[in-house]
Design a protein around this ligand. Structure first.
Ligand code: 0X9
Ligand code: ZN
Length: 298
């Protein structure tokens, strides 16, 4: 059975989403967020307790080998549905959640069957396969921190939205027009806000940074895990054509945050499964802090 003491492959993850719909039909529905090169659905759920809530889009697992991301996303869904904690109930019931645990399904499956360290999509190339789905969005595409070389891990693709995963996800996000955008990656313990293309500030950079800083304090309280907060280019490196930069600059999503989850390189992408629950717990603490502040501002 699905749980959080182990990592699960794509079918098991999608099976879990299905089981949530069966167990909580009034609050959960499947939601197809896009499709993959190999024809898989980018499957997510809509979780909603009432009408008229602001929307949260959760983009998780866009990089195949970052296995903590799908695991954390389903753990959070389970909390939103079953927790009796008043903070969790508040964020569950006062937002509509669109959660996509594995936004690169071909790559995720490939990382289970063939190459544990696979990062990109499985879009075929001439000499090497795969596009970096966090360099393929239509915002300052391939202007820096990205590559035109097919064989690069940060290959930007042949043009903006050249691969169907990012193009179809972008359509879904545009249609939903969320108020909040959360993106989950690993690893490095960073909480980032736009942008990654240059030293340019988001229109609400100081607000995002202020919220991010208090969220990182909340995150640290449970186990002492330290996060660095900043814009992408400050906190990590230059990276163009990323999803969050697109959401901020093209859709003007107000609250945009991107986590690089545990750890800081000891295990890296191979984070042991016994860290799924603690990682998820502390991350949910930061999410609660963010959403408490968001709902005060709305
Ligand atoms: O390089 C990336 O895509 C991210 N790091 S990772 O190790 N998970 O691959 C950081 C990306 C920064 N974010 C954006 N450019 N949106
Ligand atoms: Zn990543």
């Amino acid at each position: 059975a699905y749980g959080w003491t182990d990592y699960y492959d794509l079918n098991e993850t999608y099976g879990y989403l299905q089981s949530l719909v069966e167990e909580h039909p009034q609050h959960v529905a499947l939601y197809v967020g896009g499709r993959s090169y190999e024809g898989r659905e980018i499957l997510g759920v809509k979780l909603s307790y009432k009408e008229g809530n602001p929307k949260i889009f959760v983009e998780s697992g866009i990089h195949a080998r970052e296995w903590i991301c799908p695991a954390l996303s389903t753990w959070i869904l389970n909390q939103l549905l079953t927790s009796t904690d008043s903070d969790v109930r508040f964020i569950a019931e006062n937002f509509d959640w669109y959660v996509f645990p594995s936004t690169n399904p071909d790559g995720y499956q490939y990382s289970h069957t063939t190459d544990r360290m696979w990062r990109k999509t499985r879009t075929p190339g001439t000499s090497c396969d795969g596009v970096d789905p966090n360099r393929n969005w239509d915002d300052h595409w391939n202007e820096g921190g990205a590559s035109s070389n097919e064989c690069s891990e940060i290959y930007a693709g042949t043009g903006p939205f050249s691969t169907v995963e990012t193009a179809s996800l972008a359509d879904t996000i545009t249609e939903l027009n969320p108020t909040v955008y959360f993106s989950f990656h690993s690893y490095s313990q960073l909480l980032m806000v736009p942008f990654g293309h240059r030293y340019e500030m988001a229109n609400n950079y100081y607000k995002l940074l202020e919220i991010g800083n208090i969220a990182a304090v909340s995150l640290s309280k449970r186990f002492g895990t330290q996060y660095v907060v900043g814009s992408i280019i400050e906190a990590i490196y230059e990276a163009t054509g990323g999803s969050m930069d697109w959401a901020k600059s093209k859709l003007n999503v107000t609250y945009t945050f991107e986590w690089e989850l545990r750890d800081k390189g000891n295990y890296g992408f191979l984070l042991p499964a016994d860290q799924i629950v603690p990682t998820s717990e502390e991350t949910l603490d930061s999410i609660i802090t963010i959403l408490r502040r968001v709902s005060l501002a709305l």
